[in-house]
Each structure stands twice: as structure tokens, then as C-alpha cells.
Write a protein that binds this ligand. Structure first.
Ligand code: FMN
Ligand code: SF4
Length: 425
């Protein structure tokens, strides 16, 4: 099979066809922009996804073709689960996709189902995402020709509610808590069957690879990081929102896409609350590329970039976030429950100016003791965040002891969507 050469050259790709205003793109409009759902043989789709280099956009950055193959090779395959939980409070990309471009995500899910031999798709969203549920239900009703059944499930919100084993456990009738792995969902997931679970953006990108092929996909980005990514850019920028940008874009251009900084910046939080703080001066030389981010200990996570202005306090903001993350522990693993609480209290004490800088080493010992000790990666992400906060805002600890903080709250979002609607490109 040859691929259509009707793909958009340049940007936007995933967000092509998105109109200003709040309405979801109809099936007719979606088909006008991207063409009809292609028929691609399973093995060819997986091969093409592999050639494209597409990796998961839910935070774990796992190669999508490897996951497709892992499920496709098994018997009695379960549903494809679209993980639309978007539990990262600062992220808005998945909700934007599900509420405004539901057909692109559903195309990806239907194609992925065909590739792994599944006849069912379940889209799981948080119960606050009422706009996404409405858009998905209308989209499903319009898609009479889908060869698979598609349903939407809205589940309670919570940071760990988006972890894949928690999603599967909930859909199996249990509590929405991570389960001890292995087995992983691709081995034994929904009703004990091998289950593919993917982020909505991953599936939207897959829907484009299936139409236009891997060479088209690689027209943007770098060799190691091909294609585009949806990045939620928020904090001290003039136009916070969701932007589609090519991998390889310089950090300064990312900020410029969001209108540029609204004040001089002191730091950037890359990757959301499982991400890493870095000094703004260091960040300018970096690109949106795994190798660049890895060189300074960062990952893109679920595609969140938060700019912290000089008028705000990184210690206070970090204390709020780690207190939130500690409160979001699913309460199952001792090191996560007690360790994160103790770490959060200590960071709170630094921010309140009641802890001496020498306490820092003790907190860093705790973070190393907590890492890798949970059933899921919640504590790992949380301690990565804290370690970077203590490195970047180190000097502030003494300043706070001497009572020198009169920063204005930056109000890093905690729970609920942060960026209403998002900008469109
Ligand atoms: C605490 C925690 C929360 C997570 N929340 C989400 C989420 O809201 N959405 C999501 O797609 N992935 C989330 N993930 C990652 C999923 O476990 C899983 O890797 C992802 O859905 C797989 O899709 P992908 O390969 O397309 O990225 C979370 C992981 C952890 C450890
Ligand atoms: S590590 Fe924490 S969030 Fe993950 S399952 Fe254990 S208690 Fe729950």
C-alpha cells in the first residue's frame, strides 16, 4: 500500500483544522482536512509506526511500535484503551484533542485496534472533562462505519488515576489504584486480556502516520526525535496554551510561540510535576529534543513547560506542588506514603524559612530512599521534581531563613485543567 501525499507540510499537523471557538471538529470537516480513515494492513501499520519513530506522549516516552507488537503477537486481545485521564494539572493537550478533535484520536484508536487484532475501544477520561465526553459521544454517534465498538468511560480524578495499571484496574471494576506490576497491561490487562493503552496524542499522531506515512512524519523534527509534539506552555508567558511544535525547536522559540515571557524568567519547569526545574539561563541553549533534555537530566514528560518569573518564589511553588503530589499518593506503598509526606513537610519548612540549609542533605537522602520503592512511578517522578527544586532554588533556602521572600504567588495549578481551552497552535 502507498500512503497519501496529502499530508500538511509544516505546522500545524495534529491541530490542523482546529477552528477558534469551542466546537468540536465534525466528521465531515475532519475528513476534508485529513482525508478518510485509511485501510492499512496490520503488519504494515506497525512497520510504518516503527519507521516513523513515534513514541508515547503520556509521559513514559515508550516506542509505540514496540507496544503495538507486544500486543499484536498475543491471543484473545482486549480493547484498545485511550488513556485520556490527563492527570497532570498543568497539561491541557489531551483535553483539547478529545474535546475539539475527537475524530483524529478515534481514528488512531480504531487503526491501533486493527493493528493489534482488537474489536473494542474504550476511551477513559476524568469525570471533570464533560466537554470531552460530550464531543466523544457525538463523534462516536457520527462514525457509523467503524469496524470496532467504541465507548467512553468517565472516572474519578486524581494524579495517579492516569497510571496505566490504575486505569485497567478501574475498568475491571476495582479501585482506580496502580496495581503491582508485572503483569503489565500488554500481558494481562482488561479482563485478563492483553491490552494496548495509549495516550490520545500518541493515537492522533498514529492516525497521521497511517495516512501519510513515516517519510512524511519525519519531514519535521530531528533524526532522533521526529515529528511534532503538543506542548502546554504556561506560567509567566503572555499567551499560555497548547502549541504544536516540531521536535528540535529551540526553547526560546517555544516560549515565543506562547507570546514570550511576561516578565524576566528565573526558571523553567520542563515535563510537568514529574519533571525538572532548570535555570532559565541554562534552558535557552536547549532544544525540544530528548538528547538535549537528557543532557540536563530532564524529560519532556507529558509535554508541559512552565515558566517561572523572577517575581515568584520557586521554593514556595515547589512546596505547594510536592505537598499536592504527596497528597495524591494512592496510599498503598509505605515509602511513597510516608516518604513523600516527610519530604513535602521538609520542603514546606524551607519555604517557610524555618529549616536550615543543612537539612537539605537529609531531604536528598530521603529522596534517594524513596526512589524506585513504589508499585508505580509516582514517587520517582515526585522526588525527581524535589531534587531539581533543591538544586535550582538552593540559594533561596538561606534567604528564606533570613526572612527575605516577598515574592508573589505564581499559582502553579494543582488539580483541574490549568489552561482553559488552550491556544490553537
Ligand atoms: C502517576 C502516573 C500518572 C499518569 N498519568 C497519565 C495520564 O494522565 N495520561 C496518560 O496518557 N498517561 C499517564 N501516565 C502514563 C501511563 O502509565 C502510560 O505510560 C501511558 O498512558 C501510555 O501511553 P503512551 O505510550 O501513548 O504514552 C501516568 C503515569 C504515572 C506513573
Ligand atoms: S507508589 Fe505511591 S502512588 Fe504508586 S501505587 Fe504505591 S502508594 Fe500508590
Amino acid at each position: 500500500m502507498s500512503f497519501s501525499n496529502g499530508g500538511h507540510h509544516g505546522l500545524p499537523r495534529v491541530l490542523a483544522g482546529l477552528e477558534p471557538g469551542g466546537d468540536a471538529v465534525s466528521l465531515a470537516a475532519h475528513t476534508r482536512v485529513h482525508g478518510p480513515l485509511p485501510q492499512v494492513p496490520a503488519h504494515q501499520l506497525i512497520e510504518e509506526v516503527e519507521l516513523s519513530g513515534l513514541r508515547g506522549r503520556g509521559g513514559a516516552d515508550f516506542p509505540t511500535a514496540r507496544k503495538l507488537r507486544a500486543v499484536a503477537g498475543r491471543r484473545r486481545v482486549g480493547p484498545v484503551i485511550v488513556n485520556g485521564s490527563e492527570t497532570e494539572p498543568a497539561s491541557a493537550k489531551d483535553r483539547l484533542l478529545l474535546s475539539r478533535l475527537p475524530h483524529l484520536v478515534l481514528d488512531g484508536a480504531v487503526l491501533a485496534a486493527g493493528a493489534v487484532g482488537s474489536r473494542q475501544v474504550i476511551v477513559k477520561v476524568g469525570e471533570n472533562a464533560v466537554d470531552a465526553v460530550a464531543a466523544l459521544e457525538a463523534a462516536i454517534a457520527a462514525r457509523e462505519r467503524d469496524p470496532v465498538s467504541v465507548e467512553v468511560v468517565a472516572a474519578p480524578e486524581g494524579y495517579v488515576a492516569g497510571e496505566e495499571s490504575a486505569v485497567v484496574h478501574y475498568l475491571n471494576g476495582g479501585a482506580q489504584l496502580p496495581t503491582f506490576i508485572p503483569p503489565r497491561p500488554f500481558e494481562r490487562g482488561y479482563r485478563g486480556r492483553p491490552t494496548l493503552i495509549q495516550n490520545p496524542e500518541t493515537l492522533a499522531q498514529l492516525a497521521l502516520v497511517a495516512r501519510f506515512g513515516s517519510s512524511w512524519y519525519r519531514e519535521l523534527g530531528t533524526v532522533a526525535d521526529p515529528g511534532s509534539a503538543l506542548v502546554t506552555i504556561t506560567g509567566a508567558v503572555r499567551a499560555p496554551g497548547v502549541y504544536e511544535l516540531a521536535f528540535g525547536t529551540a526553547m526560546g522559540d517555544l516560549l515565543a510561540a506562547a507570546g514570550g515571557p511576561s516578565e524576566p524568567l528565573q526558571a523553567l519547569l520542563v515535563g510537568g510535576y514529574f519533571g525538572t526545574w532548570m535555570e532559565a539561563s541554562r534552558a535557552t541553549s536547549l532544544r525540544l529534543a530528548r538528547e538535549d533534555l537528557r543532557s540536563v537530566g530532564c524529560t519532556l514528560g507529558s509535554g508541559v513547560l512552565i515558566a517561572l518569573g523572577e517575581s515568584s518564589c520557586g521554593l514556595h511553588e515547589s512546596a505547594r506542588v510536592i505537598a499536592y503530589l504527596a497528597g495524591q499518593s494512592a496510599g498503598q506503598c509505605g515509602p511513597c506514603v510516608y516518604g513523600l509526606r516527610a519530604i513535602a513537610d521538609a520542603v514546606g519548612a524551607f519555604a517557610d524559612g524555618v529549616a536550615h540549609a543543612s537539612e537539605r542533605d537529609r531531604v536528598l537522602r530521603w529522596t534517594s530512599e524513596v526512589r524506585g520503592r513504589g508499585a508505580c512511578h509516582h514517587p520517582d517522578g515526585a522526588v525527581r521534581f524535589v531534587e531539581s527544586a533543591l538544586a535550582v532554588f538552593d540559594d533561596d533556602i538561606d534567604g528564606h531563613r533570613r526572612g527575605r521572600c516577598n515574592a508573589v504567588p505564581a499559582g502553579l495549578p494543582l488539580g483541574g485543567p490549568a489552561v482553559a481551552g488552550g491556544r490553537l497552535r
